[in-house]
Design a protein around this ligand. Sequence first.
Ligand code: FES
Length: 407
Amino acid sequence: MAQSDYVQQQIHWMVKRAIEHAEAGSTDSTEEIYRLPVDSYSAQSWEEEMNAIFRRLPLMLALSAELREPGSYKAIKVLDVPVLIVRGEDLRVRAFINACTHRGRAVTQTHDEVGQAKGFTCPYHAWRFGTSGELQSVADPRKFGEIDRNLLGLKELSCEERAGFIWVCITRGVSFDIEHYMGGMLEELAGLEADKWFVHGRSQLESANWKITHDGYLESYHIPFLHRQTLHEFWKRESLSSVSLYDHYGPLPCGPHQRMAGNAWGNDPKLMLKMKDIPSADWGDKYFHAVRTLFPHISISADRHGGLVSLMLPIAPDRCITHQIHVNPRDPSQDTPEQLQAMKERIALYAKIVRDEDYSTSFSIQEGLQSGANTELLFGRNEGGAQNFHRSVAHYVQAYRASQSKG
Ligand code: FES
């Protein structure tokens, strides 16, 4: 299967840069170390970040692969907002606040489920809503009293689907321009061919503060140490290098969306140089791996052959829930028992690595921050992805403060 010209050109650009770094013993690096005050992890900062970022920006909350057919839906809670995302009979994806317009119960059984429905019957008094959110019927309408059903549909949220990904703003009445917000990242995402993926499995994991959680997805510096016996061990057999390439996309000078590439094959720069022995026409995604992050809460460690998408949703100043979604272009209903077993093992393995290595570290960092030992955290010149992330957080918090002070 041929890769698009864009993907091929990006791979060439990344591999050439990585080889140059491997020869020079360097990596992509920023001008200086970035220092972040510890109090930016306080409960007060968290509240401000939720208002400035999670309640205002478009959040990627579902994959098209989760909503393949008309009537397929996903219920997910973001902060205190229950969200229902549905593909209508017209194939359009819409998002609603998952609260019945009678007295507010969720119209799905829970706030965390995916499924297939012709409509939604509220479990409390059986009001029924269509897949486009319209109120279709009311139980015992003559006894209930007169109402205008046209005014009592589910409350809609802004929602856009592009390149196999679905964005929603959880604040009613706030719209967004997804092309402006994502910038060149939309072309990057198109190269993943995510509209052809199927969901093969899920896990949910708990971690500490959302920024501590996200930091671990934005640098490869820790891989040979924290993941010495797992990821580092798996990847170094295939090749390559401690070189990391950081690119960013979107409306800010620092992104806020990013691509981090080149780290996935281990820690020996000499192995990166082996790419020179492979004809450049053959430099495909088989040889080079990239992780994309979509601000503020998504990591995509996947390509057109599938992989792992992680949604990190903050639930408290010191807690975050990650929804891991394993995707693959293969239809799992056609899988052999061996393929199903292999996928089951992969899902369990990645949940274990992230829980036992990354997220147990996040809890330790949370305790370290609260101990008072340090006044600031350091992000090195080789940790450009994390630097861009924190600059992006600061940008949106400042913009929010400015908008609040204007009144
Ligand atoms: S709360 Fe939904 S029907 Fe009453």
